[in-house]
Design a protein. Structure first.
Length: 133
């Protein structure tokens, strides 16, 4: 399996409705390091998994609409459910669709998989993985 990845970061605010989260029920900020990895069983015509510049641009585009926002107000997280796992899933779905829309020579050979890892700190992270259509 071959892979290529890029990273970026975003800053959000959110809170959680569930008492399970203790003090995190209150509104707080989070700065996530966002790691995006695309894996494929084969390399494309240019001997790469995919165009890494295109991947970097798609990550920035996906984060631009959510950076510096309050996820409590975002339709994708009803009832204050913006856990790191759900946020990773949200980003993976957006990214997978965007990668699938790239020109054929810029996207990965099928089958391919996209993985989003959100680092809350150097010691803690959540991830979500899904196939690229």
């Amino acid at each position: 399996m071959f892979s290529v990845g890029v990273s970026d970061h975003c800053m959000v605010a959110h809170s959680f409705a569930d008492p399970f989260f203790g003090p995190a029920q209150r509104l707080h900020g989070a700065t996530y390091t966002v790691e995006v990895e695309v894996r494929s069983t084969a390399l494309g015509a240019h001997h790469v998994v995919m165009d890494i510049g295109a991947l970097r641009a798609l990550v920035r585009q996906a984060l631009a609409g959510i950076d510096y926002t309050n996820l409590d107000d975002h339709a994708a997280f009803p009832g204050r459910t913006s856990t790191s796992e759900r946020f990773a899933e949200f980003l993976a779905d957006r990214m997978a669709d965007a990668v699938a829309e790239l020109p054929a020579d810029a996207r990965p050979i099928q089958p391919s998989v996209l993985r989003i890892r959100l680092r809350e700190s150097p010691n803690a992270w959540a991830a979500y993985e899904r196939p690229i259509p």
